[in-house]
Ligand binder design. Structure first.
Ligand code: APR
Length: 336
């Protein structure tokens, strides 16, 4: 159990994180920060004054804290509109960002506009971490994942073991869920790893997908596996399309907590994480999804798989995509 975990962003994922941290007794205290709702300067002053008193983070934390006696959990849950709720956290989980949703006039922000907005949010997040919990282990979930982790690294320069992005655990869980469903076996029997960037060219690694230790190809034919791998690459969008109000929030929160538990209980568990590569997989100086041993220090060691030539080429393509996004983010950061 840690003394304190900070959760940045009190939206859908942030809410599940705080509930689960308390339920699983992962920390004695959880602090959640979120500036929302923010007053609109165009509104009359009385309306702005009302909004200034509201707080999604304080409200959510109060709701959870008031339920904890029922759940028999002695965890202190605190919220704040600024970053003060992070004070003293040994671990922070970052979910802060603005999703891609329609403006009041019905138009959508472009990918670049959204990236610029979320980079600005991440600069604020980095300042909050630097001020209130500079030594914290950082697990970042916010999208675009690769660019946000890159920005946190640029702004905070933490030891590379201490900064991880969560994407691979979720992408692999999706792959495992689809394989288990098709093979009609328990999800517990399916082991799989998805590598690379958190985008459409992520790499579900068929050669490392096993059902009870047996290669998946013994259970499912190539055409079925291709369909599963393609669905895995687009699984985030599938949920977005169905929900209509945002993106997946339970599975990302659980996946980040899988990483958090590996650290808190020093499990040295091998899982795919977005980690800084320094030559591994032929990539240098980039954060990319790779299997790693995760333990008390964070990314204890990157594990290099024997990929097939095809998988290695797919990984290189995915890494090139991540490099391009990071270059774009770097250019934008210079102007922010
Ligand atoms: N500091 C802290 N929180 C912020 C900031 C900031 N500077 N800017 C925005 N936020 C908050 C928003 O107010 C919002 O409450 O981040 C929260 C994000 O919550 P949601 O919009 O509900 O999004 P959620 O579904 O939780 O996803 C969070 O994780 O998987 C990714 O794509 C997803 O990037 C998104 C993130």
């Amino acid at each position: 159990m840690l003394d304190k975990i900070g959760v940045i962003g009190g939206g859908f994922i942030g809410g599940v994180l705080v509930q689960e941290i308390a339920q699983r007794r992962l920390a004695r205290e959880v602090g959640m920060c979120d500036p929302a709702p923010m007053p609109n300067p165009a509104d009359p002053e009385e309306r702005q004054a009302v909004v200034r008193k509201q707080s999604v983070a304080i409200g959510k934390c109060l709701d959870i804290a008031e339920g904890l006696p029922v759940m028999a959990r002695d965890v202190r849950v605190v919220g704040s509109k600024d970053y003060s709720a992070l004070a003293g956290a040994e671990m922070v989980i970052n979910t802060a960002g603005v999703p891609r949703k329609a403006r009041p006039d019905g138009t959508f922000p472009s990918r670049e506009e959204l990236l610029a907005i979320n980079l600005k949010v991440t600069i604020e997040v980095a300042k909050g971490i630097a001020e209130h919990c500079p030594e914290a282990m950082i697990i970042s979930i916010a999208n675009p994942l690769d660019a946000i982790v890159f920005t946190l690294d640029k702004r905070l320069s933490p030891p590379k073991k201490r900064l991880m992005g969560m994407a691979g655990v979720l992408d692999s869980a999706r792959y495992r869920a689809f394989v288990a469903e098709a093979a009609k076996v328990s999800v517990e029997n399916v082991n799989a790893i998805v590598l690379g960037g958190h985008g459409d060219d992520m790499v579900p690694v068929r050669s490392s997908c096993l059902i009870a230790g047996v290669p998946v190809a013994k259970f499912l034919d190539a055409a079925t596996l291709e369909k599963i791998e393609s669905r895995t690459r687009k699984a985030g969008g599938e949920v977005v399309g169905l929900l209509g109000f945002g993106s997946a929030f339970v599975s990302p929160a659980w996946s980040a907590l899988e990483m958090a538990e590996a650290v808190i209980f020093d499990k040295r568990k091998i899982m795919p994480v977005c980690a800084k590569l320094e030559g591994e997989y032929g990539v240098d100086g980039l954060f990319c999804g790779v299997p790693a041993i995760v333990g008390r220090n964070g990314v204890e060691q990157i594990v290099e798989l024997d990929l097939t030539d095809e998988e290695q080429a797919a990984f290189a393509k995915s890494a090139a995509g991540v490099a391009k996004t990071c270059e774009e983010a770097d250019a934008m950061l210079a102007d922010l």
